[in-house]
Ligand binder design. Structure first.
Ligand code: AMP
Length: 474
């Protein structure tokens, strides 16, 4: 059943913003380039030239749509924000591209959002019933509507009012005629960092975007924090009751760029440590360690170094095909996996191969690649996954499918091994995952991450989403 209040939007996104510099929209374009791995469906930039707001939102890759000379002339001004977006089946509508922009009573308001709200249904129902008209099916528009309808006088109070009503994961970058604002949800689920480009403040999903424009990393935006950047400087407020942060563990396992820095270490370092830990937990005799590129490369390096089994590029990845999940249906997705990977026979033939990937979701990639490797003459194929089995869907902004599509939620290890067709399949333990992240163990009372995809421990209530999903499946 189609639900009139929600389109089941799930976004993986990247956000960027820069304040008070020449060529703001060009720098935003560059920032979005480096965040392209966070979303390939579409991109958008809104700039402010001191008088007017300018907006371009296009489906497709940043490089295909934003060319530096044109960008600057069409998006003038010293302040700009941008967004790259990725969504799932049936929702790739141009109107859902961000940043969303509205002319409110207090002036223009543009918003770029990474994450997912969890109480969209009830909020939208209330808003629609009291006369709001929605132009998109994006949960971000709810934030705009709540700000627009707030009876508070000042923009920041209106925003606080809106934030007090929304639940879920959100890292926001907001642009008004005087301010650039960064917001992180109370758990700090999605990332957001602050940088400095020759005195101009920068906000971005990951530090790789700062490196791209030659900006210095200043600090992470904290969980539950709002930073307000104006001509007079930066102000920080924390409107919520402070709780321990719980960033999404999957950012480190799969989503973030390997060169981004989190807690003083590159994401690559964490991924390599996951591979080391996987080798520590699983002693397998084999001739070669082969990554499933690109996602398995860092962990495979760690696995190979720890096990002293040689690392070989036995699978070659085409860089002209995007992330496989972008394909809308299962049949096309399978075709996509073939397009993306081919076998380097010389490394595989007559060998006992350990394949390494970062995760298994539906099992499509693993099944195809194991088959390819056997067809190329491997004697044995063992598949190591550098995270625990993903048994629960994500509702906080990373696109993982429903329970029914998650292979590890439906099948046990033995059945999964048969389904992927490998001689053996092994996953990293949850405690090993925490260890690789630099923690002794997962503290059951106050876990350091949101790790619901492995544990089902959702820190933010998802009952509304589950209810809607069950009605949609009726
Ligand atoms: P699957 O083929 O459905 O089992 O998906 C697993 C592959 O997709 C692995 O190679 C992962 O690196 C990659 N992957 C995992 N999570 C995601 C995600 N949220 N979006 C896109 N790709 C993903």
């Amino acid at each position: 059943m189609y639900c009139k209040y929600t389109d089941r939007i799930k976004d993986e996104c990247g956000v960027f913003g820069i304040f008070g510099t020449e060529e703001a929209s060009v720098l935003t374009t560059l920032g979005l380039h480096s965040l392209q791995h966070r979303g390939q469906e579409g991109a958008g930039i809104v700039s402010f030239d001191g008088k007017n707001f300018h907006s371009i939102r296009k489906q497709g890759l940043v490089g295909d749509n934003f060319n530096n000379t044109d960008t600057l002339s069409q998006l003038p001004g010293k302040t700009a924000i941008g967004h790259v977006r990725y969504s799932t089946t049936g929702e790739s509508k141009p109107e859902n591209l961000q940043p969303l922009f509205a002319n409110l009573a207090i002036g223009g308001f543009a918003c770029a959002h990474n994450g997912n709200l969890t109480n969209t249904f009830s909020l939208k129902k209330k808003l629609v019933e009291s006369g709001s008209i929605f132009q998109t099916s994006s949960d971000t528009e709810i934030i705009l509507q709540l700000v627009a309808r707030s009876r508070k006088k000042k923009l920041i109070d209106k925003l606080r009012d809106a934030l007090s009503q929304i639940q879920g994961a959100y890292s926001l970058i907001i642009l008004t005629n005087k301010k650039l604002i960064g917001v992180k949800d109370p758990f700090g689920i999605r990332p957001l960092v602050l940088g400095d480009k020759n005195g101009s403040p920068v906000l971005a999903s990951e530090t790789c975007a700062l490196d791209m424009i030659g900006a210095k990393y200043v600090r992470d935006i904290e969980n539950g924090e709002i930073v307000i950047i104006t001509e007079s400087g930066l102000e920080s407020i924390k409107p919520h009751k402070q709780i321990p942060e719980r960033p999404c563990i999957f950012e480190r396992i799969y989503f973030a760029s390997p060169d981004s820095i989190v807690n003083n270490k590159t994401v690559y370092t964490y991924r390599k440590a996951l591979g080391v830990q996987l080798a520590e937990e699983n002693k397998i005799s084999a001739d070669v360690v082969v990554p499933i590129p690109d996602s398995g490369v860092s962990a495979a390096i760690g696995f190979s170094q720890k096990s002293s089994i040689p690392f070989e590029l036995g699978i070659i990845r085409s860089h002209y095909v995007g992330r496989t999940f972008i394909e809308p249906s299962q049949s096309i997705r399978q075709f996509g996996v073939k397009l993306k990977h081919s076998v380097n026979k010389s490394c595989i033939e007559n060998k006992r191969v350990i394949l390494i990937d970062d995760s298994i979701v539906r099992g499509t990639t693993a099944n195809k690649i194991v088959k390819m490797v056997f067809e190329a003459g491997a004697k044995e194929v063992h598949l190591g996954i550098s995270c625990p089995p993903i048994k629960h869907p994500d509702f906080y902004g990373i696109d993982t499918p429903n329970y029914s599509e998650l292979i590890a939620s439906k099948f046990n290890l033995e059945d999964m091994t048969k389904m992927v067709g490998a001689n053996s399949l092994f996953f990293l333990s949850l405690s090993g995952t925490y260890k690789a992240m630099g923690f002794n163990e997962r503290n059951p009372k106050s876990p350091q991450f949101t790790d619901h995809c492995f544990t089902g421990d959702y820190p933010i209530d998802i009952s509304e989403i589950l209810e809607i999903n069950s009605k949609s499946n009726d």
